[in-house]
Design a binder for this molecule. Structure first.
Ligand code: NZQ
Ligand code: ZN
Length: 386
């Protein structure tokens, strides 16, 4: 096992009717900016629950953060933070609203030229404006981690940021919120969390027995609850297991002491930036080709995953590893998610070259657990995904 340090300061408040506990979490003297997305919270009652819990708090509101949080919109919110002398942020939404709030937490205290530098120059956030979240969509794990991904339409870019200053102070997770989530977004959530685990697991064996079993148990839980969540999002038992699995998939725990990959996400983000494809769906497009292309380097773990997660025990290591990829693709299809780029756009010619060029320009010359996935390999993987 590799050496590691682990600190996750986010307080999780989980369970039925937990939104009312907001009242106890926001400092009494805070001036709060309540941030939300396209308005789903106004239709499903979450907004009313939040407002009721915060009846005694000084609040300003900012709605309209789009899926794949847009830099230009966030810059409008930053102006509100400065003009209104906001001291505390509250995100009510999915990964996009939470990530947008993380950007604002950082930008509000940023002293450089332009907040875009935080993303383009990869500046870590050591201290941000404090913020809490009310999660409305289980998927990203953003409610309990310190990362964010921001999109800029103007330049068709989607870049990541992070740092120890960007953990939410608290996150409220009421699984009942999933009742109003459309099927497409439920499937996206299951897909995203599943791939988060794969990115931290599908590398090479390191005798990290506990981390492997944490990862496998999250994968198994997602596979078990997926059909139930999709069939009936008011099934509380399934909803609560789904929600907690998504959080645990990316709160830092399972990646400690083990190598991680994250190349699927790196390539996937480009597909969102170029074509606007939902984040989770870009992962379904890239992951199968990525595992096929890196078969030799990953086959030990693929075979272990086949045995322990899919109960595929026939044949040798290669047979099991192949079966693992097939089972994974079949699972994505069962979620109703297409796995080829051509399923999403007719304009895919030249995409692989474009992404490889972008990675070269950014100096991303060796991704993955061996830092050996060079832009020419990225190009081949993306082409395999057409
Ligand atoms: O905007 P509203 O009206 O709220 O509607 C949203 C949005 O249209 C809707 N929704 C959310 N909760 C709902 C609901 N509709 C009905 N009922 C509810 N309870 O769902 C749509 C998608 O929301 P979004 O927040 O965009 O989805 P998600 O949570 O999948 O977040 C995706 C973003 O997170 C980033 C992605 O790249 C993408 O930008 N990620 C963030 C990560 C992190 N911070 O750790 C890791 C991930 O890998 C990912 O990159
Ligand atoms: Zn993801």
């Amino acid at each position: 096992m590799n050496n590691f340090e682990f600190k996750n300061p986010t307080k999780i408040i989980f369970g039925k009717d937990s939104i009312k506990k907001l009242e106890n979490e926001i400092p009494k003297d805070a001036k709060v900016l309540l941030l939300y997305g396209g308005g789903s919270i106004k239709k499903n009652g979450i907004y009313d629950q939040v407002k009721k819990a915060l009846a005694k708090v000084d609040i300003v509101e900012f709605g309209g953060i789009p899926a794949n949080p847009e830099y230009a919109v966030l810059m409008d919110a930053l102006k509100v933070i400065k003009d209104e002398k906001i001291t505390y942020l509250l995100a009510v939404g999915g990964g996009s609203v939470i990530d947008g709030t993380k950007f604002l937490s950082s930008a509000a205290l940023f002293e450089g030229d332009t907040p875009w530098d935080i993303l383009s120059k990869n500046i870590r956030t050591e201290k941000g404006m404090p913020f809490g979240t009310v999660l409305t969509l289980p998927a990203t794990g953003s409610e309990m981690n310190s990362g964010a991904v921001i999109t800029r339409k103007e330049t068709k870019e989607k870049l990541a940021m992070g740092g120890p200053g960007l953990f939410p102070v608290f996150s409220i997770l009421d699984p009942q919120v999933i009742a109003s989530i459309p099927q497409r977004q439920l499937a996206n959530g299951l897909m995203d969390a599943f791939t988060h685990v794969l990115e931290q697991y599908m590398t090479y064996p390191t005798e990290a027995l506990l981390q492997d079993r944490f990862a496998e148990s999250i994968l198994q839980t997602i596979i078990e609850v997926a059909p139930k969540v999709l069939k009936d999002p008011t099934d509380y038992k399934a909803a609560s297991n789904f929600m907690w699995s998504c959080t645990m998939a990316l709160n830092g725990l399972i990646q400690k002491g083990v190598p991680t990959d994250w190349a699927v996400h790196a390539m996937g983000h480009e597909l969102t930036a170029l074509f606007g494809i939902d984040h989770a769906r870009t992962l379904a497009v890239i992951a199968p080709s990525h595992y096929k292309f890196n078969f030799e380097a990953k086959k030990e773990k693929l075979a272990q995953y086949a045995e322990r997660v899919w109960n595929s025990t026939d044949g040798n290591t290669d047979d099991k590893a192949y079966a693992a990829i097939e089972k994974t693709v079949a699972f994505f299809h069962e979620l109703g998610i297409d796995t080829k780029l051509s399923d999403y756009t007719k304009d895919y010619e030249g995409t692989a070259e474009k992404i490889a060029q972008r990675f070269t320009d950014r100096g991303w010359l060796g991704l993955g657990e061996h830092q050996s996935l060079s832009p020419d390999k990225v190009e081949k993987i993306v082409k395999m995904a057409y």
